[in-house]
Structures are given as C-alpha cells and as structure tokens.
Design a binder for this molecule. Structure first.
Ligand code: FE2
Length: 200
C-alpha cells in the first residue's frame, strides 16, 4: 500500500512506514478510535501523527469489511454523500465514509486541519496547489501538480495543504476520511478567476 503526504507547498511525497505484523484478531472501530486517541495524545507533530495513523487505517480497513460500502450512495444532485462514522463534541476528530459520483469535481480548498483519505474503491485525481500571493491578490494560488489516487492508497494532508479532487472512471469513489480539529478561520475555498480565498 502506498502512503502519501502532501505538504503545505503542494509537494506530494511517499511516507515510509516500517512493515508491521498485525494479529488476525478483528480490529474493531472502537479499538481503532482508542488507538487513535492514544496516538494523538502522545504525538504532537501533525506529520508524525499522519505517519503513525496510516498503518492503523490499513489494519482497520483490512479487518472491517462493513466499511467498504457506504450506507448512502452519492446524492445525484450534490454528486457526493458523507456518512459520519465518528464525530464527538469537544474531541478533535471526525471519521467519515465519503462517496463521489464519477466526473464530479470539488472546489479548490484546504481543510484547516490535518486529514487522511484512504481510497477504498474508484479512482480520484488530486490536484495540488500552493499560495502565490501578490499585494493586489493575497488569495492567489498556483498549481503545483497532480496525482491519481487509486483504491488501496492513502493520501494525507497538512492543515494548510490546498487541493481539489475529481472522481475519475465509471464508478463512484468511496473513501475513508479522518480529519483533525478544524480551524475554521483558516479553512478556505480558492477561486482561480478572481484570485481570491473565501472562508467556508
Ligand atoms: Fe479535501
């Protein structure tokens, strides 16, 4: 499995994770959340956190077949659906199953939080951007590159990473997503035409 990290300059690199042997016992969602909470308490760097979370996600998805299919197919009007698996007030973590219809593209955005997207099925083009502000246009960005993510890959983001996604192929994409605590004052959508950034 490939683990990728996209930094806040839009550079995509592979994360090296040592091979680990997992027991064959089921890895239930509540145990995964326990491990995640312990890990977040003991590691403060988002980059190190993401590196440590990747193998846990791989173990969870390998163990839990019920996570392979979302309860809700993508909404035909919106083009996507979100099934919240975990979201608790006053705890900085959300876990979701997300589905996108083929051909649907997202706005260009950052999340204001670290994030992890494990693609379970389908194919998704991720385009990476970085800020290139001018005095006149402080919200101006420029494209850095792109990468097609396929099922079995995990891509992780820092809180200021800017990306846009497009579901490719003939079938919906399904992904398992985790986000840290969102800083809503630092979460933006970017408009290429007006070269501006808007909080969303
Ligand atoms: Fe995103």
């Amino acid at each position: 499995m490939d683990y990728l990290l996209v930094d806040d300059r839009g550079i995509c690199e592979e994360i090296k994770v040592p091979d680990r042997e997992f027991s064959n016992s089921p890895y239930r969602l509540y145990r995964f959340l326990n491990d995640l909470e312990d890990l977040l308490a003991s590691i403060s760097s988002d980059r190190d956190r993401l590196q440590a979370i990747c193998p846990l996600v791989q173990r969870l998805l390998t163990s839990s077949y019920w996570l392979q299919v979302p309860e809700q197919p993508p909404d035909p009007e919106l083009g996507w659906s979100v099934q919240m698996l975990y979201d608790e007030p006053f705890f900085p973590l959300t876990v979701q199953l997300v589905a996108w219809l083929p051909g649907i593209a997202s706005p260009i955005h950052n999340h204001g939080a670290w994030g992890l997207v494990a693609l379970i099925s389908g194919k998704e083009k991720n385009t990476f951007w970085r800020r290139s502000p001018t005095v006149e246009f402080p919200g101006k960005i420029e494209r850095v590159g792109d990468r097609v993510i396929t099922a079995g890959e995990i891509v992780t983001f820092m809180s200021d990473t800017i990306h846009s996604i497009e579901a490719l192929g003939d079938e919906p994409t399904i992904s398992f997503n985790i986000y840290g605590e969102t800083n809503y004052e630092q979460r933006f959508e970017f408009d290429l035409d007006t070269m501006s950034a808007q909080i969303f």
